[in-house]
Structure formats: structure tokens, C-alpha cells
Write a protein that binds this ligand. Structure first.
Ligand SMILES: Nc1ncnc2c1ncn2[C@@H]1O[C@H](COP(=O)(O)OP(=O)(O)OP(=O)(O)O)[C@@H](O)[C@H]1O
Length: 751
């Protein structure tokens, strides 16, 4: 598999839908060799569920069947992809490629788990669409990448996203989980203000991807969440274990997870020409994977030492399944039969290249030994050439550098060059304060050096063939090792690290119930509290008997911050992390909905009000008994009477369910709901009026409090011309709302 080297996504996603608006989605992760299958009914015409999953997987390729209008002639999933994911590579495959029977057979053969353990027999009929999508996705990936997936190597999960809390893509933006709101809006990169960036102290790319996936789809299973929390308890109370793990994790190469999955893919037999072009590169990737695996396996005994006496179930399971698993030892010994003991994984390009050329023990392959000699001779000649140039051209600071693609070239600090650079130097390029260049002699030596290295790689691959087959037989333990390293990276380097940087007891362990309250005592906004030194903590208490809180208060009093804070605390709790509160107990949330900032949606050609209504409709259609909904100023984008009516009726609808809702509003009359429904409570943010100035306390209190004309006061502070404010003040003092309406009707109001 090609090595992307970066943090970018590695998902190939196939999607297909039927006439009943049921969608099957297969997401194939090339990096971790895992396949995630989901099938669901699209309840909204805007394909919110599909959008959420696409947002989650962030694919590099989307595979779709040719466009076909859905049953009711509305746009289908293919058009959605066309419209919203134009920048992602799209591949259109004939509907025949989306074959569910083929998909089922493929999964039976490729999955690491037994078909019965996967539940394939049960799922087959029910999930035929995602199996069809899997067939197309695997077929395309194998053909395009020139690989064959090794039998029984894939980690397959059914119904991936629905085992987890579902957060729709709008809420992901509103809550600033991955990107701060304004950065997505304005294209700026104020990355400090997202939950993901706050926690992204993971050391591996696999770890940070796992963190991102967890934040986008937090857990729902209390047992798993508690296992993570027990592990955090142990890390927080045992410094030696925490620092020991931090140190040991550094000993595993950063790329371990990505490289281990190379053993799941076997190169296809290709034609002679393609062989010549591609082979050396592929062989090099393979050799470096084996070296990396050796380095990772060498670090395993150190991990065993640190985890020997752990108590929490998560860590002791890791100890049992990884550290005590003899298979790793056997693989390591088998590698030791072919690979030189001194060979190590290296990141500096030329060192890595040399390690790869010398990976296989001497004397195993005569041709390899000859190629190595040629490689050494040309490398030495290149270094001698550099020495000669330093002396001949009086350039003592001339440096020789190596890049994987170009090979060797010279770097000379510009200040060392008096006058013109000697004509011997060619391909001269300015680079900052340096000049990069080559010479004809260097270019020729470079070519010889490269071809010697290429020959070394291909010979090495031949020597490694048997070893690779042996390793592939145990590929499931390598996948397990990759998963464990990513999980430890997230829990130790992100969660535990973040908690350890805060004062003691600022972050506490949340508790969970299936049907209990959502109670947060002295909760704080995880991101804003580090920006505001004097951030004011607030509580929330919702139960099935009192499941809606209406939050009131003037502008700027802290309502939106509070809504976001409640959601972020629940997300943190459900990923298995401590939360910024004195105490918290969470009823496990299965879907989280937010309706917050009102912005025109230019992409979907919707006005502010229509966007607001579409989002609200989506919530109303999808809400479940265990949802958490936060709504900010619903109904403010239309006429005040219609807005009020919509807000009121939405509240009534939500009150008839057991869902927990926090509803922030400026509409004072909404508080009348409390007189009709016992399960509503009214809260307000405390603000005092002092000398015509608003003094914000940011403290949430019971009941409501009326601050007259706070809008006018804030408008003045914002710099509205004083004459305008004066006129507004005069109008409000003279007329009551009723009179005002009558005046407008009679059109006698003259400004
Ligand atoms: N608990 C708090 N402690 C300290 N500062 C806070 C707190 N909550 C909010 N703030 C500050 O107040 C500012 C305004 O808060 P926020 O946007 O939540 O108000 P709002 O009531 O939603 O306003 P509006 O009704 O105009 O949307 C925030 O940007 C933040 O700087």
C-alpha cells in the first residue's frame, strides 16, 4: 500500500441507496485495514445521516452508482455527493459492481473474525445494501491499488456508527468539536478553540485519528466507558505507571499502526514494465515495514514490564492479550532469522535507506551482497566528491543532503559564496538563505547509487518472501497490537496528559446511568475556562420528571456558552475522559442535537429561517427518548408571533418525550410553559443593572428575572449612534408593545 505519510484520511467509501431511501455505506480504511459497514433509513431529504457519516470518515474517494433519481424524484445520494463533496475524488461504478452476494462472500473470506462471530448470517438479509457497497469498495480498491487483501485479515464492523452516540454534522460544527466555528465559516485557522485540538497531544497519527473518531462518535456502552475511566483512575493515582507508559509508548515507532496493516495487503502479480517502475518502491515499503515491525516488537517487553502489576481491567486485558501472547515472540524470532539484529527503524532518509539495504543478514543472498557493495562504493564516492569540492572551491560549509526522491544534492549557505557559483554546479535553486545544487558528477553517481539501492530492495524482497507469508498468517495479532497502541496513545498521551496538566480535582470522573438524571455540579466550558481565568461554573439537573430547562437572560449573559458546555461535558464523559466539573452523572445519550447559530446556508441556497426550520425538522423527526437537545433562540429569524408559536409548539412536542432539552431564549412569554407543564423549569443568567450598565455575573439561577431594555443598553455599548439609541429609548418609553402594534397597523408612526 502506498505510504501517505501524513495525517490525512485513508478511507475509501462506497455508498448505494434503494428506492425506499435506505442507504448502505461501506468505509474501507486503507491505513488500519478495517471495513466499517452501516445501513440506515434516511429520514431527512437533506441526507443528514449520510452527511454525518461522510463527515466522520472524511473519505479520499467516494464510490457511487450512476445517478438515478430517488422514488419521489428528489435528488438521490449520488447527487448529494456531487453537490457537497465535489472536491473529493468520485468514482462511478456500474450498479452491477454493487453486488450484495459477492459482498457477503468477500467478507466471509477476508474478515479476521469468524462469520458467526461477526453475525454475518443474521446481518446478511438485513444489511444487503452495505454488503453491496462493500463489494464495490473492495473491488475498486484492489484494482486501483494493485493489491489483494490477505484472507482473514480485515477487521470488519457492522453498523459502526449506531453503536455510538450520533452527533449530526451541523452539531459537530456548532459545538466546535473538530474545528472552531469561525474557522469553518471564515476559513481562518483559530484551531485552539476546538475540543479536538485541546486534546490532541497524542503522539501517533493513529492515536489522533482514534481521538477524532471518538469525539465525533462517543461511546454508548457504559461498561466500555467505565473501563476507560478505571484505567484513567489508575493512571492518575499511580505516577510511576503513567510516566512509565508515556516513556514506553515513545519507543514504538510513530507509524506502527499504519505499517502493521501493510501485512494485510499482498501485491498483485503485475506486468513486466509495471514491475520495473513500481517494484523497487514497493519493495522498499515492504522492507521498511519489516524493520518497523522488528522495532515495535523489540519494545514489547518494555511494555510488559510497565503493565505487569496493573489493576484496571482495560490495562490488564492489554497485558494478557498482547504482552502474554506468545505469537509476538514467535514472529520476532522468525524475523531474527532473516533480519540483521543491528538494523533499526530510522527516520533520517539516508540512514533509513542504508538500514533497508542492509536489513537482511549477510550471506543469505549472493546478488544482494553484490548490490550492497555497489551501494557502498557509490555512497562513498559521493562523500569523497563533496570533500573534493569543499577543498577545490573553498566551500568548507558545503553540505551533502539526501532526499528520498531526488537522492543527494549539495546545500551551500549563500553568505559563503563570493561572487558567482562555479560553473560546475548545476540545477541551482535558491532556498531561504541557502543554495541547493548538484553537479554532473553527482548526478551520475546519484543515478548509480539509486539503482544499487533499488536492486538491494528487490533482492531483499525476494529474501523476505517466506518471512512475509509467515507474518501474514498471524496478521490478526498485528492488527491487535496496532489497535492497542492507538488506544493507549489516546488514553495516556491525550486524556491522562490533559488531566495531569490541570490543578488537582479540576477534572473529575463522571458517573453513568441508563435512566437517571443528567446532573452536572459546577460544570465549566472545557475550552473557554482556559481562556477566561475567572470562568464561572454552573450546574444542570434534568430528570425524566423534569426534562426541559428553559434558559433566559440578556444578550451576552452566557446562554450559548452554557449550552455548548453541557454538550461538551457529555461528549467528554462518553469518550471515557474526566470532565471539567465538581461532580457529574450522565444518562447515556444516544443522539445529540443542537440548533444554534443562525447563518444563511449559501451552499444549500437556504435563508436563515429556512436553515433554522430544516435543522429543527431534522431534530423533531429523529429525536429519541435518550437524546440530548440544545436549542438556542429558536424562532428568532421570522416574525415575532410566528417565531413564538413555533418555539412554543416545539417545546410542547419535546415535553411529551423523555428527551432532555435545554432551550435558551429571549422570548419572555415562553416561561408561561411552566404554568402548564410540571416537567419544565425556568432558569436565568444573573445580570444586575447598575447605573444604566449591565453587570454580567454568568451565574445560572432558578426562575426568571426581567431586565428592562437590555437590548438598548447593549446597542449603545456596541456603538450605535446616540441619536438612534435616544430615539429607540423614547419609543420604548412611550409605547407598550400593544400600542406599538396598533400604531404600526395604522401606519401613523413617524420616525
Ligand atoms: N460562565 C462564564 N464565565 C465567564 N465568562 C463567560 C461565561 N459564559 C460566557 N462568558 C463570556 O460571555 C460571552 C458571551 O456569552 P454568550 O455568547 O454565551 O452569551 P449569550 O447569552 O448567548 O448571548 P446572545 O444572547 O447575544 O447570543 C462569551 O463569549 C464569554 O466570553
Amino acid at each position: 500500500m502506498e505510504d501517505d505519510g501524513g495525517e490525512s484520511s485513508s478511507f475509501v467509501v462506497g455508498i448505494i441507496e434503494n428506492r425506499a431511501k435506505e442507504v448502505g455505506l461501506a468505509a474501507f480504511d486503507l491505513r488500519s485495514a478495517s471495513l466499517h459497514l452501516s445501513q440506515y433509513i434516511e429520514t431527512s431529504s437533506s441526507y443528514q445521516n449520510t452527511k454525518t457519516l461522510l463527515h466522520f470518515y472524511d473519505p479520499i474517494v467516494i464510490i457511487i452508482p450512476p445517478n438515478k433519481l430517488a422514488s419521489n424524484s428528489t435528488a438521490g445520494v449520488t447527487e448529494l455527493v456531487d453537490r457537497f463533496y465535489g472536491s473529493v475524488k468520485q468514482v462511478m461504478l456500474a450498479r452491477g459492481c454493487f453486488d450484495d452476494t459477492k459482498g457477503a462472500i468477500l467478507i466471509k473470506n477476508l474478515a479476521a473474525k469468524e462469520p458467526s462471530a461477526l453475525g454475518l448470517d443474521t446481518y446478511y438479509k438485513q444489511y444487503y445494501l452495505c454488503l453491496a457497497a462493500a463489494a464495490a469498495t473492495l473491488k475498486w480498491t484492489e484494482a486501483e491499488k494493485g493489491v489483494v487483501v490477505t484472507n482473514h485479515s480485515l477487521s470488519v464492523t457492522f453498523n459502526g456508527s449506531f453503536d455510538h452516540m450520533n452527533i449530526d454534522s451541523t452539531s459537530i460544527q456548532n459545538l466546535e468539536i473538530i474545528e472552531p466555528f469561525h474557522s469553518t465559516l471564515l476559513g481562518t485557522s483559530n484551531k485552539k478553540r476546538s475540543l479536538f485540538h485541546m486534546l490532541k497531544t497524542t503522539k501517533t497519527i493513529g492515536g489522533s485519528r482514534l481521538l477524532r473518531a471518538n469525539l465525533l462518535q462517543p461511546l454508548k456502552d457504559i461498561e466500555t466507558i467505565n473501563a476507560r475511566l478505571d484505567c484513567l483512575d489508575e493512571l492518575m493515582s499511580n505516577e510511576q505507571l503513567f510516566f512509565g507508559l508515556c516513556q514506553i509508548l515513545r519507543k514504538f515507532p510513530k507509524e506502527t499502526d499504519r505499517v502493521l496493516c501493510h501485512f494485510c495487503f499482498k501485491a498483485k502479480k503485475v506486468t513486466a514494465e509495471a514491475l520495473a517502475v513500481d517494484r523497487a518502491k514497493k519493495s522498499q515499503v515492504l522492507v521498511s515495514s519489516v524493520i518497523l515491525l522488528k522495532t515495535a516488537l523489540d519494545a514489547l517487553p518494555l511494555l510488559s514490564k510497565v503493565l505487569k502489576d496493573v489493576k484496571s481491567s482495560l490495562l490488564s486485558n492489554i497485558y494478557k492479550s498482547v504482552c502474554e501472547n506468545e505469537k509476538y515472540d514467535l514472529i520476532r524470532k522468525r524475523i531474527g532469522e532473516v533480519i540483521d539484529e543491528d538494523v533499526l527503524h530510522a527516520r533520517v532518509p539516508f540512514v533509513a535507506c542504508t538500514q533497508q539495504c542492509f536489513a537482511v543478514k549477510a550471506g543469505i543472498d549472493g546478488l544482494l551482497d553484490i548490490s550492497r557493495r555497489a551501494f557502498c562504493e557509490t555512497s562513498e564516492a559521493i562523500h569523497n566528491l563533496a570533500n573534493n569540492y569543499r577543498e577545490d572551491f573553498k566551500l568548507p560549509n558545503l553540505k551533502l543532503t539526501y532526499k528520498n526522491r531526488q537522492g543527494f544534492h549539495f546545500v551551500i549557505p549563500q553568505k559563503n559564496i563570493q561572487g558567482k557559483l562555479p560553473s560546475k554546479f548545476i540545477q541551482v535553486v535558491k532556498h531561504g538563505n541557502n543554495i541547493r545544487c548538484s553537479s554532473l558528477e553527482l548526478a551520475s553517481l546519484n543515478a548509480r547509487n539509486k539503482s544499487a539501492a533499488a536492486e538491494c530492495y528487490t533482492r531483499t524482497e525476494v529474501c523476505l518472501e517466506e518471512l512475509m507469508d509467515d507474518i501474514r498468517e498471524n496478521v490478526s495479532v498485528l492488527t491487535l497490537l496496532a489497535e492497542v497502541l492507538c488506544l493507549l496513545d489516546m488514553i495516556v498521551n491525550s486524556f491522562a496528559h490533559m488531566i495531569s496538566t490541570k490543578p488537582v480535582d479540576r477534572y473529575t470522573r463522571p458517573e453513568f446511568t441508563e435512566n437517571g438524571p443528567l446532573a452536572i455540579d459546577s460544570g465549566r466550558h472545557p475550552i473557554l475556562e482556559s481562556i477566561h481565568n475567572d470562568f464561572v461554573a454552573n450546574n444542570i439537573f434534568l430528570t425524566e420528571a423534569s426534562n426541559m430547562a428553559i434558559v433566559m437572560g440578556p444578550n451576552m449573559s452566557g446562554k450559548s456558552t452554557y449550552l455548548q458546555q453541557v454538550c461538551l461535558i457529555v461528549i467528554l464523559a462518553q469518550v471515557g475522559c474526566y470532565v471539567p466539573a465538581r461532580f457529574s452523572t450522565v444518562r447515556v445519550v444516544d443522539r445529540m442535537f443542537t440548533r444554534m447559530g443562525a447563518v444563511d446556508n449559501l451552499e444549500s441556497n437556504s435563508s436563515t429561517f429556512m436553515t433554522e426550520m430544516k435543522e429543527t425538522a431534522f431534530i423533531m423527526q429523529n429525536v429519541s427518548q435518550r437524546s440530548l437537545i440544545v436549542m438556542d433562540e429558536l424562532g428568532r429569524a421570522t416574525s415575532s408571533s410566528d417565531g413564538f408559536a413555533i418555539a412554543w409548539s416545539c417545546c410542547e412536542h419535546l415535553l411529551s418525550l423523555k428527551t432532555y432539552t435545554v432551550f435558551a431564549t429571549h422570548m419572555e412569554n415562553i416561561s408561561e410553559l411552566v404554568t402548564m407543564y410540571p416537567n419544565v423549569k425556568i432558569l436565568h443568567f444573573d445580570v444586575e443593572l447598575k447605573n444604566n450598565h449591565l453587570d454580567f455575573k454568568f451565574q445560572l439561577k432558578e426562575g426568571s428575572k426581567r431586565i428592562p431594555h437590555y437590548g438598548l443598553l447593549l446597542a449603545e455599548v456596541a456603538g450605535l449612534p446616540s441619536s438612534v439609541v435616544e430615539t429607540a429609548r423614547m419609543i420604548t418609553s412611550r409605547i407598550s408593545e400593544k400600542v406599538f402594534t396598533q400604531l404600526i397597523k395604522k401606519r401613523v408612526l413617524i420616525f
